[in-house]
Design a protein around this ligand. Structure first.
Ligand SMILES: Nc1ncnc2c1ncn2[C@@H]1O[C@H](COP(=O)(O)OP(=O)(O)OP(=O)(O)O)[C@@H](O)[C@H]1O
Length: 254
C-alpha cells in the first residue's frame, strides 16, 4: 500500500488530523480538531493541563481508537493502514519508558528488534542516533546512572531508530532542570533541521516556544489558533505568545 503522494517533492504531510472528536464516558474532550504538519516541520502544541494534548497523542498512537474524524500519518490512514502509518512515527511519552537496569545500547537494540531491524542495522542506527544526541560515550552505561536530561535524549534517539517521518513528544521536559530543558528544546529544533523529521511537541510551557515556531493552541479540546508566533500575535494584537495564549484561553498556561 502506497501513501497518497509518491514523489519526494510532493511528499504527503507527516501528519494530517481532520475533524477529530473524542469523549471519555460521554464527556467530550476533543472537538473538531483539524491540523496538518508538513514534512520536516516542527509544531508546538500548546495547551494548559487538561486541554486534551495527551488524549490527542493517545489517538494518534492508537492507545485509544478514534470514532470521529480521520488521522493520516505520512499519507497512510491510521484506521485502514495502521501498521504502515505507525512505521512512519516515533513517540516519546510523558512518562519515561526506558529500562533503567539495561544499558543505553541494550535499550536501543531491544527497541530496534521490535521494529524488525536485524542486529547489524540496529547497532549502526543506535550508534548514529546516540552520537547525534551527544551521548556516544554513554552507550554502555546503565540508564539508571544517567541524568533526567540524558534519559530524555536516549528516548528521542530510540524514537528515531526506525527513521520515522514524524516524532511525537508529549511534554518531554517534565521533571528537567532549566539548563537541561533549554538544551533539549535546542536539540529538537536542530534535529528537525538536520534530519528533516517532523515534530509535534506538546507542552504547557510558553518558554519552550521559539519565535520562529509554528504553534497550535489547544484549549478545552478545541484548536483556538494555528500559525506562526508572529501570525498569532498579529491576530490577537499582542506582543508575545504568552499574551496571545492568555487572550485565546482566558488564563495562564500553567
Ligand atoms: N482516562 C480518562 N478518563 C476520563 N477523563 C479523562 C481521562 N484522561 C483524561 N481525561 C480528561 O480529559 C481532559 C483532557 O485530558 P488530557 O490528559 O488529554 O489533557 P492534557 O492537555 O494532556 O493535560 P496534561 O498536561 O495534564 O496531561 C481532562 O479534562 C482530563 O481530566
Amino acid at each position: 500500500m502506497k501513501p497518497s503522494a509518491h514523489t519526494h517533492s510532493d511528499s504527503p504531510p507527516a501528519l494530517n488530523v481532520r475533524d477529530l472528536g473524542f469523549s471519555y464516558s460521554g464527556k467530550p474532550v476533543l472537538k473538531d480538531v483539524s491540523f496538518t504538519l508538513g514534512a520536516g516541520e516542527l509544531v508546538i502544541l500548546l495547551g494548559a493541563n487538561g486541554a486534551g494534548k495527551t488524549t490527542l497523542f493517545s489517538l494518534i498512537t492508537r492507545l485509544y481508537d478514534h470514532r470521529q474524524g480521520h488521522i493520516e500519518i505520512g499519507g497512510f490512514n491510521l484506521r485502514q493502514h495502521s501498521v504502515q502509518a505507525h512505521a512512519q512515527m516515533g513517540v516519546v511519552f510523558q512518562q519515561p519508558t526506558l529500562d533503567l537496569d539495561l544499558t543505553v545500547k541494550q535499550n536501543l537494540v531491544y527497541h530496534a528488534a521490535l521494529h524488525g531491524m536485524n542486529r547489524r542495522v540496529a547497532r549502526e542506527r543506535a550508534m548514529q542516533q546516540i552520537s547525534r544526541v551527544g551521548l556516544r560515550d554513554s552507550l554502555n552505561e546503565r540508564v539508571r546512572h544517567l541524568s533526567g536530561g540524558q534519559r530524555r535524549r536516549v528516548e528521542i534517539a530510540r524514537g528515531l531508530l526506525h527513521q520515522p517521518r514524524l516524532l511525537l513528544l508529549d511534554e518531554p521536559t517534565v521533571g528537567l532542570d532549566i539548563a537541561s530543558r533549554r538544551a533539549l528544546v535546542e536539540h529538537v529544533h536542530q534535529l528537525c533541521a538536520d534530519q528533516g523529521v517532523a515534530v509535534l511537541w506538546a507542552t504547557h510551557l510558553i518558554d519552550e516556544v521559539y519565535p520562529q515556531d509554528r504553534v497550535i493552541v489547544l484549549d478545552k479540546g478545541r484548536v483556538r489558533a494555528n500559525g506562526s508566533v508572529s501570525e498569532i500575535n498579529a491576530q490577537q494584537a499582542t506582543d508575545t505568545i504568552g499574551q496571545a495564549f492568555d487572550r485565546l484561553t482566558g488564563g495562564e498556561p500553567g
